[in-house]
Write a new protein. Structure first.
Length: 370
Protein backbone atom coordinates (compact mmCIF):
# COMPACT_ATOMS: atom_id res chain seq x y z
CA UNK A 1 0.00 0.00 0.00
CA UNK A 2 2.09 2.88 -1.28
CA UNK A 3 -0.11 4.64 -3.80
CA UNK A 4 -3.37 6.53 -3.79
CA UNK A 5 -6.15 5.59 -6.20
CA UNK A 6 -4.79 8.16 -8.67
CA UNK A 7 -1.34 6.54 -8.64
CA UNK A 8 0.34 9.19 -6.48
CA UNK A 9 2.64 8.04 -3.67
CA UNK A 10 1.07 8.17 -0.24
CA UNK A 11 2.51 10.73 2.12
CA UNK A 12 2.46 10.44 5.90
CA UNK A 13 -0.78 12.42 6.07
CA UNK A 14 -2.47 10.05 3.60
CA UNK A 15 -1.60 7.14 5.91
CA UNK A 16 -2.86 9.13 8.88
CA UNK A 17 -6.19 9.88 7.18
CA UNK A 18 -6.69 6.27 6.12
CA UNK A 19 -5.74 4.95 9.55
CA UNK A 20 -8.23 7.24 11.24
CA UNK A 21 -11.04 5.75 9.15
CA UNK A 22 -10.03 2.20 10.11
CA UNK A 23 -9.06 2.37 13.77
CA UNK A 24 -11.48 2.14 16.70
CA UNK A 25 -12.04 5.69 18.10
CA UNK A 26 -10.72 4.86 21.62
CA UNK A 27 -7.58 3.34 20.12
CA UNK A 28 -7.24 6.36 17.84
CA UNK A 29 -7.35 8.63 20.90
CA UNK A 30 -4.74 6.44 22.62
CA UNK A 31 -2.43 6.78 19.62
CA UNK A 32 -2.93 10.43 18.73
CA UNK A 33 -3.44 11.80 22.21
CA UNK A 34 -1.00 13.43 24.57
CA UNK A 35 -0.88 14.59 28.16
CA UNK A 36 -3.25 17.21 29.61
CA UNK A 37 -3.77 20.15 27.19
CA UNK A 38 -1.54 18.43 24.60
CA UNK A 39 0.65 21.53 24.47
CA UNK A 40 3.83 19.50 24.05
CA UNK A 41 2.24 17.42 21.28
CA UNK A 42 1.56 20.72 19.50
CA UNK A 43 5.00 22.14 20.41
CA UNK A 44 6.79 19.19 18.79
CA UNK A 45 5.00 19.88 15.51
CA UNK A 46 5.26 23.66 15.79
CA UNK A 47 9.04 23.46 16.27
CA UNK A 48 9.35 22.01 12.78
CA UNK A 49 7.20 24.85 11.43
CA UNK A 50 9.91 27.23 12.67
CA UNK A 51 12.69 25.48 10.75
CA UNK A 52 14.14 27.43 7.86
CA UNK A 53 16.76 25.74 5.70
CA UNK A 54 19.93 27.27 4.22
CA UNK A 55 20.48 25.41 0.95
CA UNK A 56 23.90 25.21 -0.72
CA UNK A 57 24.21 24.92 -4.50
CA UNK A 58 26.54 23.32 -7.05
CA UNK A 59 27.27 20.62 -4.51
CA UNK A 60 27.23 17.59 -6.82
CA UNK A 61 24.04 15.88 -5.78
CA UNK A 62 23.50 13.35 -8.57
CA UNK A 63 23.88 10.63 -5.92
CA UNK A 64 22.25 11.03 -2.52
CA UNK A 65 23.12 8.58 0.24
CA UNK A 66 20.77 8.25 3.22
CA UNK A 67 22.60 5.32 4.81
CA UNK A 68 23.90 5.55 8.36
CA UNK A 69 25.92 3.40 10.77
CA UNK A 70 25.12 2.85 14.44
CA UNK A 71 26.72 0.35 16.84
CA UNK A 72 28.38 -1.45 13.92
CA UNK A 73 25.19 -1.87 11.85
CA UNK A 74 24.55 0.00 8.60
CA UNK A 75 20.99 1.07 7.86
CA UNK A 76 19.59 2.16 4.49
CA UNK A 77 17.77 4.99 6.23
CA UNK A 78 18.34 7.11 9.34
CA UNK A 79 14.61 6.79 10.07
CA UNK A 80 13.67 4.14 12.60
CA UNK A 81 10.51 2.89 14.26
CA UNK A 82 10.23 4.21 17.84
CA UNK A 83 8.98 1.79 20.51
CA UNK A 84 5.19 1.85 20.76
CA UNK A 85 3.02 -0.55 22.70
CA UNK A 86 0.46 -3.08 21.45
CA UNK A 87 0.64 -3.00 17.64
CA UNK A 88 -2.15 -5.59 17.48
CA UNK A 89 -4.52 -2.77 18.51
CA UNK A 90 -4.36 -1.66 14.85
CA UNK A 91 -3.36 -4.75 12.87
CA UNK A 92 -4.00 -8.47 13.45
CA UNK A 93 -0.33 -9.35 12.83
CA UNK A 94 0.92 -6.52 15.04
CA UNK A 95 4.68 -6.19 15.53
CA UNK A 96 5.37 -9.07 13.12
CA UNK A 97 3.97 -6.92 10.30
CA UNK A 98 5.87 -3.87 11.59
CA UNK A 99 9.10 -5.89 11.58
CA UNK A 100 8.51 -7.00 7.98
CA UNK A 101 7.78 -3.41 6.93
CA UNK A 102 10.80 -1.94 8.73
CA UNK A 103 12.97 -4.70 7.26
CA UNK A 104 11.75 -3.95 3.73
CA UNK A 105 12.74 -0.31 4.24
CA UNK A 106 16.11 -1.20 5.81
CA UNK A 107 15.13 0.57 9.02
CA UNK A 108 15.75 -0.03 12.72
CA UNK A 109 12.70 -1.24 14.68
CA UNK A 110 12.74 -0.69 18.44
CA UNK A 111 10.34 -3.30 19.83
CA UNK A 112 8.34 -2.10 22.82
CA UNK A 113 8.34 -3.92 26.15
CA UNK A 114 4.56 -4.07 25.73
CA UNK A 115 4.70 -5.67 22.28
CA UNK A 116 1.68 -7.79 21.44
CA UNK A 117 3.71 -10.47 19.58
CA UNK A 118 6.54 -12.45 21.12
CA UNK A 119 10.13 -11.26 20.78
CA UNK A 120 10.89 -14.53 19.00
CA UNK A 121 8.07 -14.16 16.42
CA UNK A 122 9.19 -10.59 15.70
CA UNK A 123 12.83 -11.63 15.29
CA UNK A 124 11.79 -14.43 12.94
CA UNK A 125 9.93 -11.94 10.72
CA UNK A 126 12.61 -9.27 10.70
CA UNK A 127 15.26 -8.70 8.06
CA UNK A 128 16.80 -5.63 9.72
CA UNK A 129 18.06 -4.66 13.15
CA UNK A 130 15.81 -4.92 16.22
CA UNK A 131 16.33 -3.34 19.61
CA UNK A 132 14.32 -4.03 22.75
CA UNK A 133 12.77 -1.23 24.83
CA UNK A 134 12.26 -1.58 28.58
CA UNK A 135 10.45 0.33 31.27
CA UNK A 136 11.75 0.02 34.80
CA UNK A 137 9.29 -2.32 36.53
CA UNK A 138 9.18 -3.08 40.23
CA UNK A 139 9.72 -6.68 39.11
CA UNK A 140 13.35 -6.55 38.01
CA UNK A 141 13.25 -10.28 37.36
CA UNK A 142 10.74 -9.59 34.54
CA UNK A 143 13.11 -7.01 33.01
CA UNK A 144 16.08 -9.37 33.28
CA UNK A 145 14.17 -12.29 31.74
CA UNK A 146 13.08 -10.13 28.79
CA UNK A 147 16.66 -9.00 28.26
CA UNK A 148 17.94 -12.56 28.19
CA UNK A 149 15.31 -13.54 25.60
CA UNK A 150 16.11 -10.49 23.48
CA UNK A 151 19.82 -11.33 23.57
CA UNK A 152 19.11 -14.94 22.60
CA UNK A 153 17.23 -13.93 19.48
CA UNK A 154 19.73 -11.31 18.36
CA UNK A 155 18.33 -7.93 19.42
CA UNK A 156 21.12 -5.38 19.05
CA UNK A 157 20.62 -2.92 21.92
CA UNK A 158 18.44 -2.17 24.91
CA UNK A 159 16.59 1.13 25.11
CA UNK A 160 15.54 2.10 28.62
CA UNK A 161 12.71 4.64 28.68
CA UNK A 162 13.31 7.01 31.58
CA UNK A 163 10.47 9.52 31.28
CA UNK A 164 7.63 7.42 32.70
CA UNK A 165 7.98 7.29 36.51
CA UNK A 166 4.21 7.57 36.29
CA UNK A 167 1.86 7.77 33.32
CA UNK A 168 1.10 11.19 31.85
CA UNK A 169 -2.45 12.39 32.43
CA UNK A 170 -3.94 11.71 29.04
CA UNK A 171 -7.44 13.07 29.26
CA UNK A 172 -8.65 11.31 26.13
CA UNK A 173 -7.80 7.91 27.65
CA UNK A 174 -9.17 8.85 31.06
CA UNK A 175 -12.49 10.06 29.63
CA UNK A 176 -12.72 6.97 27.41
CA UNK A 177 -12.01 4.69 30.38
CA UNK A 178 -9.32 3.22 28.13
CA UNK A 179 -8.05 -0.31 28.76
CA UNK A 180 -6.30 -2.84 26.54
CA UNK A 181 -9.12 -5.00 25.23
CA UNK A 182 -10.07 -7.98 23.11
CA UNK A 183 -7.36 -10.57 22.57
CA UNK A 184 -4.57 -7.98 22.55
CA UNK A 185 -2.00 -8.45 25.30
CA UNK A 186 1.62 -7.72 26.21
CA UNK A 187 2.52 -11.32 25.51
CA UNK A 188 6.17 -11.11 26.56
CA UNK A 189 5.31 -10.38 30.18
CA UNK A 190 3.76 -12.44 32.92
CA UNK A 191 -0.06 -12.10 32.63
CA UNK A 192 -0.29 -11.35 36.36
CA UNK A 193 1.95 -8.30 35.98
CA UNK A 194 -0.19 -7.05 33.09
CA UNK A 195 -3.67 -7.74 34.54
CA UNK A 196 -4.46 -4.16 35.54
CA UNK A 197 -3.83 -2.91 31.97
CA UNK A 198 -6.97 -4.79 30.93
CA UNK A 199 -9.31 -3.64 33.72
CA UNK A 200 -11.76 -1.11 32.31
CA UNK A 201 -13.22 1.44 34.75
CA UNK A 202 -15.35 4.48 33.96
CA UNK A 203 -13.54 7.78 34.20
CA UNK A 204 -10.00 6.46 34.38
CA UNK A 205 -7.26 4.98 32.25
CA UNK A 206 -6.18 1.42 32.96
CA UNK A 207 -2.71 2.46 31.79
CA UNK A 208 -2.45 4.97 34.64
CA UNK A 209 -3.46 2.32 37.18
CA UNK A 210 -1.12 -0.24 35.66
CA UNK A 211 1.86 2.11 35.71
CA UNK A 212 1.22 3.13 39.32
CA UNK A 213 1.10 -0.52 40.32
CA UNK A 214 3.94 -2.01 38.27
CA UNK A 215 6.46 0.73 37.35
CA UNK A 216 9.22 1.61 39.81
CA UNK A 217 9.05 5.38 40.30
CA UNK A 218 11.89 5.28 42.84
CA UNK A 219 14.75 4.47 40.48
CA UNK A 220 17.69 6.87 40.32
CA UNK A 221 20.86 7.19 38.26
CA UNK A 222 22.63 4.82 40.65
CA UNK A 223 20.22 2.00 39.72
CA UNK A 224 21.50 2.01 36.16
CA UNK A 225 24.49 0.01 37.38
CA UNK A 226 22.11 -2.92 37.95
CA UNK A 227 20.81 -2.79 34.40
CA UNK A 228 24.32 -2.33 32.99
CA UNK A 229 25.38 -5.48 34.81
CA UNK A 230 22.54 -7.52 33.25
CA UNK A 231 23.70 -7.23 29.66
CA UNK A 232 26.58 -6.58 27.30
CA UNK A 233 24.21 -4.95 24.78
CA UNK A 234 24.60 -1.21 24.20
CA UNK A 235 22.40 0.75 26.60
CA UNK A 236 20.36 3.61 25.13
CA UNK A 237 18.46 6.02 27.41
CA UNK A 238 15.24 7.40 25.93
CA UNK A 239 13.59 10.52 27.27
CA UNK A 240 16.44 12.99 27.84
CA UNK A 241 15.63 16.69 27.38
CA UNK A 242 18.43 18.58 29.14
CA UNK A 243 22.21 18.91 28.96
CA UNK A 244 22.37 18.10 32.70
CA UNK A 245 20.72 14.72 32.22
CA UNK A 246 22.73 14.00 29.06
CA UNK A 247 25.94 14.42 31.09
CA UNK A 248 24.58 12.17 33.86
CA UNK A 249 23.53 9.56 31.30
CA UNK A 250 27.04 9.42 29.87
CA UNK A 251 28.58 9.31 33.35
CA UNK A 252 26.35 6.36 34.27
CA UNK A 253 27.28 4.29 31.23
CA UNK A 254 24.72 5.14 28.52
CA UNK A 255 26.05 4.28 25.08
CA UNK A 256 23.54 6.55 23.36
CA UNK A 257 20.73 8.95 24.22
CA UNK A 258 17.31 9.57 22.72
CA UNK A 259 16.13 13.18 22.88
CA UNK A 260 12.42 12.65 23.42
CA UNK A 261 9.43 13.96 25.35
CA UNK A 262 7.54 10.75 24.62
CA UNK A 263 5.61 12.39 21.80
CA UNK A 264 4.07 14.88 24.27
CA UNK A 265 2.44 12.07 26.23
CA UNK A 266 4.20 12.62 29.57
CA UNK A 267 4.97 16.08 31.02
CA UNK A 268 2.66 18.52 29.29
CA UNK A 269 4.51 21.81 28.85
CA UNK A 270 7.84 20.04 28.38
CA UNK A 271 10.03 21.59 25.72
CA UNK A 272 9.71 20.48 22.11
CA UNK A 273 12.30 17.80 21.39
CA UNK A 274 13.72 19.76 18.46
CA UNK A 275 14.32 22.85 20.59
CA UNK A 276 16.75 21.01 22.90
CA UNK A 277 18.41 18.68 20.43
CA UNK A 278 21.54 20.79 19.90
CA UNK A 279 21.93 21.40 23.66
CA UNK A 280 21.74 17.67 24.41
CA UNK A 281 24.00 16.73 21.50
CA UNK A 282 26.66 19.12 22.81
CA UNK A 283 26.50 17.51 26.25
CA UNK A 284 26.50 13.89 25.06
CA UNK A 285 30.28 13.60 25.03
CA UNK A 286 30.40 12.17 21.51
CA UNK A 287 27.86 9.42 22.23
CA UNK A 288 25.31 8.98 19.43
CA UNK A 289 22.15 11.00 19.91
CA UNK A 290 18.85 9.79 18.54
CA UNK A 291 15.75 11.93 18.26
CA UNK A 292 11.98 11.62 18.27
CA UNK A 293 8.94 13.86 18.52
CA UNK A 294 6.88 15.38 15.74
CA UNK A 295 8.80 14.11 12.71
CA UNK A 296 6.20 13.84 9.95
CA UNK A 297 8.12 14.57 6.75
CA UNK A 298 11.55 13.97 5.31
CA UNK A 299 12.40 17.63 5.71
CA UNK A 300 11.72 17.34 9.47
CA UNK A 301 14.17 14.46 9.63
CA UNK A 302 16.70 16.59 7.72
CA UNK A 303 16.46 19.33 10.36
CA UNK A 304 16.88 16.87 13.25
CA UNK A 305 19.85 15.18 11.59
CA UNK A 306 21.43 18.59 10.96
CA UNK A 307 20.95 19.62 14.59
CA UNK A 308 22.83 16.58 15.89
CA UNK A 309 20.73 13.41 15.61
CA UNK A 310 22.41 10.28 14.24
CA UNK A 311 19.03 8.62 13.80
CA UNK A 312 15.45 9.87 13.85
CA UNK A 313 12.66 7.72 15.28
CA UNK A 314 9.00 7.90 14.30
CA UNK A 315 6.31 6.97 16.82
CA UNK A 316 2.79 7.58 15.51
CA UNK A 317 3.48 7.53 11.73
CA UNK A 318 4.47 3.82 11.52
CA UNK A 319 1.27 3.00 13.43
CA UNK A 320 -0.69 4.90 10.77
CA UNK A 321 1.11 2.87 8.09
CA UNK A 322 0.46 -0.36 9.98
CA UNK A 323 -3.24 0.40 10.44
CA UNK A 324 -3.67 1.48 6.83
CA UNK A 325 -1.76 -1.29 5.11
CA UNK A 326 -0.01 -3.74 7.46
CA UNK A 327 3.62 -4.49 6.62
CA UNK A 328 3.29 -2.75 3.24
CA UNK A 329 1.93 0.34 4.95
CA UNK A 330 4.87 0.48 7.38
CA UNK A 331 7.35 -0.02 4.53
CA UNK A 332 5.52 2.55 2.39
CA UNK A 333 5.51 5.14 5.17
CA UNK A 334 9.23 4.66 5.88
CA UNK A 335 10.19 4.63 2.20
CA UNK A 336 8.14 7.71 1.34
CA UNK A 337 9.62 9.65 4.25
CA UNK A 338 13.13 8.49 3.31
CA UNK A 339 12.53 9.59 -0.29
CA UNK A 340 11.38 12.99 1.00
CA UNK A 341 14.58 13.18 3.05
CA UNK A 342 16.77 12.28 0.05
CA UNK A 343 14.96 14.91 -2.03
CA UNK A 344 15.50 17.56 0.65
CA UNK A 345 19.19 16.57 0.94
CA UNK A 346 19.65 17.05 -2.81
CA UNK A 347 17.90 20.42 -2.86
CA UNK A 348 19.81 21.53 0.24
CA UNK A 349 23.11 20.61 -1.45
CA UNK A 350 24.03 17.99 1.17
CA UNK A 351 24.27 14.61 -0.59
CA UNK A 352 25.32 12.54 2.45
CA UNK A 353 24.25 12.56 6.07
CA UNK A 354 27.82 13.51 6.94
CA UNK A 355 27.27 16.78 5.07
CA UNK A 356 24.45 17.76 7.43
CA UNK A 357 25.48 20.15 10.16
CA UNK A 358 23.97 23.08 12.00
CA UNK A 359 24.68 25.44 9.13
CA UNK A 360 21.70 23.82 7.35
CA UNK A 361 19.15 25.14 9.83
CA UNK A 362 18.07 28.56 10.95
CA UNK A 363 15.28 28.54 13.53
CA UNK A 364 12.73 31.27 12.95
CA UNK A 365 11.15 32.73 16.09
CA UNK A 366 7.64 32.36 14.69
CA UNK A 367 5.90 29.58 12.82
CA UNK A 368 5.82 30.49 9.16
CA UNK A 369 8.27 33.37 9.84
CA UNK A 370 11.30 34.22 7.73
C1 LIG B 1 0.54 4.75 20.86
C2 LIG B 1 1.90 5.03 21.43
C3 LIG B 1 2.49 4.11 22.28
C4 LIG B 1 3.76 4.35 22.79
N1 LIG B 1 4.34 3.39 23.55
C5 LIG B 1 5.60 3.57 23.97
C6 LIG B 1 6.26 2.54 24.68
O1 LIG B 1 5.72 1.47 24.92
N2 LIG B 1 7.53 2.78 25.08
C7 LIG B 1 8.17 3.97 24.84
O2 LIG B 1 9.33 4.16 25.23
N3 LIG B 1 7.56 4.96 24.16
C8 LIG B 1 6.31 4.78 23.71
N4 LIG B 1 5.71 5.76 22.99
C9 LIG B 1 6.46 7.00 22.65
C10 LIG B 1 7.23 6.83 21.33
O3 LIG B 1 8.29 5.91 21.48
C11 LIG B 1 7.85 8.13 20.85
O4 LIG B 1 8.64 8.69 21.88
C12 LIG B 1 6.85 9.19 20.40
O5 LIG B 1 5.70 8.60 19.82
C13 LIG B 1 7.53 10.10 19.37
O6 LIG B 1 6.68 11.09 18.93
P1 LIG B 1 5.88 11.03 17.53
O7 LIG B 1 4.72 10.12 17.76
O8 LIG B 1 5.49 12.44 17.34
O9 LIG B 1 6.82 10.51 16.47
C14 LIG B 1 4.43 5.56 22.48
C15 LIG B 1 3.84 6.49 21.64
C16 LIG B 1 2.59 6.23 21.10
C17 LIG B 1 1.99 7.24 20.17
C1 LIG C 1 0.04 -0.92 30.17
C2 LIG C 1 1.29 -0.45 29.60
C3 LIG C 1 1.41 1.01 29.34
C4 LIG C 1 1.73 1.24 27.92
C5 LIG C 1 2.45 2.51 27.81
C6 LIG C 1 2.73 2.85 26.43
C7 LIG C 1 3.32 4.19 26.38
O1 LIG C 1 4.43 4.40 26.74
C8 LIG C 1 2.57 5.27 25.84
O2 LIG C 1 3.11 6.35 25.65
O3 LIG C 1 1.37 5.09 25.63
Amino acid sequence: MTQTRTGQSFTGTDYQRLARELVDPDVWDFIEGGAEAERTVAANLAAFDRVRLRPRVLAGVSEVDTSVELFGTRYATPLGVAPTAYHRLVDAEGEVATARGAGAAGALFVVGMFASRTLEEIAEASSSELWIQLYWLRRRDVMAALLRRAERCGYGAVMLTVDVPRMGRRWRDMRNGFAIGGDVAAVNIDAGVMASAHERAAGGSALVRHTAQQFDAGVTWDDLAWLRAQTRLPLVLKGILTAEDARLAVRHGADAIVVSNHGGRQLDGAVASLDVLAEVADAAGGRPVLFDGGVRRGVDALAALALGARMVLLGRPPLWGLAAGGADGVAGLLRTTTEELAHAMALAGRPTLGDLDRSVVRMSTIAGGA
